[in-house]
Design a protein around this ligand. Structure first.
Ligand code: SF4
Length: 210
């Protein structure tokens, strides 16, 4: 079977979004279709910094950690040809599978597996300014949460485009100025649209975890 390009596999706590605090095994797949200026995982693309692992090798490592939740991240995991088989296998093995995607791509394996495993799939879509916050139409049906990085680019109008989904605002780099901006957006959207959105910083960075 074809090997999968994997940058790293490690155990930590979920540091971002609505599942923050859960013990999670992270599988970071190689490659990304975007090049965001503030990307904090640049080592996941363009570096040759990856291992080519078989599905069995990945599973064996994942099982060592005993975590019930596995996050397939990147880079952009849907850009990696190994995604489909890995995603399907993890679900069939009984794991709760989180996928962190920039939203620009879609893979039919998500739709196919959703039929029987919807309660075990959590798709975190984080649209980026560097793709004009584009989200693939087909992916929209499966999104569990929209995570928007609050930076110089994000505006209230952009946030409003995603009000049909649960929204998390994540201040870029945990910076105070962006936290303040997030508070303003949160308050305004509550007043104007009667909709609650959440602000969650990256807690793994506060505690210097991986
Ligand atoms: S989409 Fe994510 S991994 Fe890709 S460049 Fe942007 S921040 Fe980095």
């Amino acid at each position: 079977m074809k090997k999968i390009k994997v940058v790293e596999i490690f155990s930590s706590i979920e540091g971002e979004g609505s599942l923050v605090g859960y013990p999670v095994t992270f599988i970071r797949l190689e490659g990304c279709n975007l090049r965001c200026t503030w990307c904090d995982t640049k080592y996941s693309y363009d570096t040759g910094n990856y291992l080519e692992l078989s599905l069995e090798e990945i599973l064996s490592k994942v099982k060592e950690f005993k975590n019930k939740r596995v996050c397939i991240t990147g880079g952009e995991p849907l850009f990696n040809d190994g995604f489909d088989i890995l995603f399907k296998t993890l679900l069939k093995e009984g794991f709760f599978v989180i996928v962190e995607t920039n939203g620009t791509l879609f893979r039919q394996s998500i739709g196919n597996m959703y039929l029987n495993f919807n309660s075990k799939i959590h798709i975190v879509c984080s649209p980026k300014p560097f793709s004009d916050y584009k989200v693939d139409k087909k992916l929209e049906n499966y999104i569990s949460e929209i995570k928007l990085i609050v930076d110089d680019f994000l505006t209230e109008e952009i946030v409003e485009k995603f009000l049909d989904f649960p929204i998390i605002l994540q201040p870029e780099g945990n910076k105070k100025e962006f936290f303040n901006k997030a508070i303003k957006i949160q308050k305004s959207i509550l007043e104007k649209k009667d909709k609650e959105i959440r602000i969650i910083p990256q807690i793994h960075k506060i505690f210097d975890l991986k």
